[in-house]
Design a protein around this ligand. Structure first.
Ligand code: PNS
Length: 164
């Protein structure tokens, strides 16, 4: 069985992420979306538990997609799925530089681990979780940026953050 791991911070999941996950789910038998508790991004807007819940709701229509989380290294996490491939989306050349470096680091830790890239759909190349967070903080309309069923929750979280 072919397995893909789609890792990320997902703070929060965007329609760009969902597009990559959906397309990956058509290529692989099983997709594991792994929410990485990224130590280098110390002040996430959402807790890992909240992100798991949000991503689960967003991918519920895809039967071969599961959601997990990890606070360790991605290359170590992947060891539990021998033969699994990391799949990430690339929006621009700037993404490639970072992802290429990550791929090399992951290979150094776990030489058997392969990474594949899907180019982002043109309509989502501008979209990132940080854009969504910023728009939410300004009370902007999030329609077309994040899964519609998550908009209310993201807006509510932004309201709480504005009071901080
Ligand atoms: O959504 P993002 O922020 O682009 O995802 C980046 C992520 C979480 C996939 C990457 O930072 C990661 O794999 N973090 C886990 C820790 C790790 O394995 N780092 C690489 C070796 S230092």
């Amino acid at each position: 069985m072919s397995i893909a791991i789609c890792p990320g911070s997902f703070d929060p999941i965007t329609l760009g992420h969902l597009n990559i996950i959906r397309r990956t789910s058509r290529i692989f038998d099983k997709v594991i979306v792994c929410i990485m508790n990224n130590a280098m991004k110390p002040s996430p807007m959402f807790t890992v538990g909240e992100k798991v819940d949000m991503v689960r709701r967003a991918v519920s229509r895809y039967p071969n997609v599961e959601v997990d989380s990890s606070s360790g290294l991605l290359a170590e996490y992947a060891r539990q799925y021998p033969g699994a491939v990391i799949v990430k989306g690339l929006r621009a050349a700037s993404d490639f530089e970072y992802e290429f470096q990550m791929n090399l680091i992951n290979k150094k830790i776990n030489p058997d681990l392969e990474t594949m890239f899907l180019t982002a759909s043109g309509k989502y190349t501008f979209l990132s979780s940080s854009v969504v967070r910023e728009m939410a903080m300004y009370g902007a309309d999030l329609t077309g940026l994040v899964p519609s069923e998550l908009i209310e929750e993201i807006e509510e979280k932004a309201r709480q953050w504005r009071k901080k």
